[in-house]
Design a protein around this ligand. Sequence first.
Ligand code: CAA
Length: 383
Amino acid sequence: MYSLKFTEEQERICQMVKDFSLNEVAPGSKERDINGDFLATRDLLKKMGKLGLMGIPYDKKYGGAGLGYLEYALAGFELNKVDASLGISYSVHISLGTGPIYNFGNEEQKQKYLPKLCSGEHIAAFGLTEPCAGSDASASQCTAVKKGNKYILNGTKCFTTNGEFADVIVVFAMTNPELGTKGISAFIVEPKNFPGIKFIKREAKMGIRASVQNVIEMENLEVPAENLLGQEGKGFKIAMATLDCGRIGVAAHAVGIAKGAYEYALNYAKERVQFGKPISKLQVIAFKLADMYNKIESAQAVTLKAAWSKDEHLPYSIPAAVAKLTATNTAMEVTTEAVQVLGGTGFTMDHPVERMMRDAKITQIYEGTNEIQKLVISGAILR
Ligand code: CAA
């Protein structure tokens, strides 16, 4: 199994992200949530680029940090303790937007796009979901028709995180609708440079309010043929393999949210006096804290296992699904209990646990609902 003794480099990353989170991210997180200030989140992503975090698992040859998913997960734990909106924007940039270009791009595409994505100069997004293709990702109605040296894309994408400020969006569309999953292809789209793309809606949400999710309309969007990612018809497999990586990122995101809520509730319980003593001395509260700690330890272990499996080039599809399922349920349970520990005051915006509880809900839904994770896991164990 993997070692839980981290290297000096891993300890350094944790400390750096912790310092950045406390000094630069935590101070405005409440206001960014209230105002839905996703542009401030984008600016924080740019700052993370300067720290070398925007290409953390990618090769130095392309401007990355030359590290792996373990370091990416450790960074995610720290960042998400204080701001899940920034956390998901970061995860989408790394795993879903940049990942497919790194893993499936040809050398020319990698040289062209990765350095600016890894430095944070450019931000990435992922266009898979459509109004009629959510959990059933294969039901895509977006089309891509080759005309000369271009593909012409038409259709609607939704819930695209980072969409309207992204410089690069990996978009999936049907090049041959008769072939089902084998008719889907992937494209590298530059929304600011290619004509025919519009951001027609910004979702209003209960959580991760300082991140942006857009509805995107493509009307005769012109994509140069050289921006086909991989081969025609391989798009569905690219999407699935990319989501395997994304699910490790979401697991780290969820562990971080849970840790943030647990640490806040722990400190509160040591200070809040009722019945003549700190409430942490009441067994009912102490046991709640023990349960929260236990769940986080388990979620962290399976998340690190998934990250380690990926870094070691072992199969990681099932570990990623297990990590996503475990960690996101943990985030929901732990944040709910954190609000309970704080009582009435936990329900107010005077404390961050209500925001953490709102943020936790979506982790059970995006990048494959937890029901889809069970489908993936059951499919593997019953095969
Ligand atoms: N890696 C590589 N290939 C894979 C794969 C994987 N993990 N999983 C499946 N495939 C391949 C299969 O081998 C199969 O290939 P062959 O035809 O050659 O055998 C092909 O893909 C089709 O596989 P399935 O028949 O299993 O496909 P399916 O249509 O039954 O779908 C599913 C499977 C697991 C339900 C899939 O549709 C899925 O993961 N759905 C959830 C989608 C999702 O996570 N969406 C989130 C979007 S991103 C987001 O949330 C927004 C954001 O910004 C945060």
